[in-house]
Write a protein that binds this ligand. Sequence first.
Ligand code: NAP
Ligand code: HSE
Length: 433
Amino acid sequence: MTEPVRIGIVGLGTVGSGVVRLLLDSADHISRHAGRPIIVEKAVVRDIHKVRSVQLPSGTLSADIREISGDPSISVAALLVGGLEPARSIMVELLENGKDVITANKALLAEHGPELFELARRKGRSIAFEAAVAGGIPIVAAIGECLAANRIESIRGILNGTSNFILTRMEEDGSSYAEALKLAQSKGFAEADPAMDVDGTDATQKLAILAHLAFGVWVPWADIPRTGIDGLDIDLLKYAEELGYRIRLVAVVSRAGSKLAMRVAPALVKIGTPLAETRGAYNAVSIVGDAVGRMFFHGLGAGQMPTASAVVADIIDTVVGRTAITFRTTGLLSVETPAAHISGVDSLQRHFLRIRVSDHPGVLAKIMGILGDYGISIASVLQHDATGLADTGVPLVIMTHQCASSAVRNAIAAIDQTDVVRGKSFCLSVLDD
Ligand code: NAP
Ligand code: HSE
């Protein structure tokens, strides 16, 4: 029998427990793929007294990272702790001590990627991160390896399972935003700070990582224009459905001359299209490559076992040496990688507007007049019986013909300054293709 490989796991929360469960339950199958058994030598957590959903042999659990970093029998470590610190310091300690690292932490890579990847290269080690983007979907391998022959033109995707779960619950069973978020947290989909999910940060960090892989530039994630789902309400979802659409948090990047046009924002997607049919914690990624054409990936983007599937695949790839080859040849996240020039997305699109107006004669004409002043032409208008809505304003829902987002934004700013508008108006782009 070939000598087993001994690994360390840092973090035994949702993902770490799933990884241990998979390594134990599928040990035979996994050792066949890895060429030798994989044994969890040490698992380091914050609180060793916490009750765990997985059982490890006694003496395996520790609260001291040096039990992994300082153990020469451990060559590979999975870092499954979220946030920036102490995750960054732990990653540095593991690399400094000669461990190959696997991580699911996209915040860490989006923030400190170049510094950590440079350290790994200097130490002759590798970092694998399939689980950091789109959970169980093998999108990092797809872009980094399988589609390597292509010039990628664009990527569009649903990259945050929690947001998608919340939107789906709200549209399917009328759950409130707060109820749906609580359920997403109880299912282990959300980040420790769920604001990262619902304000678009998590999807933006994942988009930055995908854009780096696809376009070979370093993308400072905070420069990407982003809006989350935290401002949406159930009425917006209902109006969208009435018009034949669903609302999804969509991340987009495409080439725009020497720049990358990027955005993360809720958008209307036509019912029946793949993005609209992406439900619950599922993610979806559509990629256009010059040779392959359009490809579509769909799968669970959050949750214990789908994420564990990606982490364990990375552990196997690292054990057999595949990660080291890709890591060496692709020069990912080098400090010399040029930074992306990012622009917002301002292609011609239809837009969905919801404006709450006072219920008086002439109001509709005034709104239409302002839209006309900005060159925006109207495809349809929806206004329901306004009885009882005198205080909050009457919702006026407008679908525009194709126009630039910048024109709509300027028009909405002008509309919101008039005395006929109650509250802030909503403008979402419509993805018809
Ligand atoms: P989690 O359930 O909150 O678990 C975090 C784990 O990290 C806990 O076991 C915690 O220990 C441990 N930990 C925290 N600080 C530590 C420290 N200083 N030293 C050692 N261990 C420490 O988080 P998770 O959902 O598994 O997520 C982990 C990472 O995977 C995050 O980066 C997340 O973004 C990413 N991810 C999550 C999912 C998902 O569906 N959940 C999917 C893809 C990627 P204790 O248990 O003792 O508190
Ligand atoms: N919180 C993340 C999500 C976990 O909901 O998509 C997967 O990265």
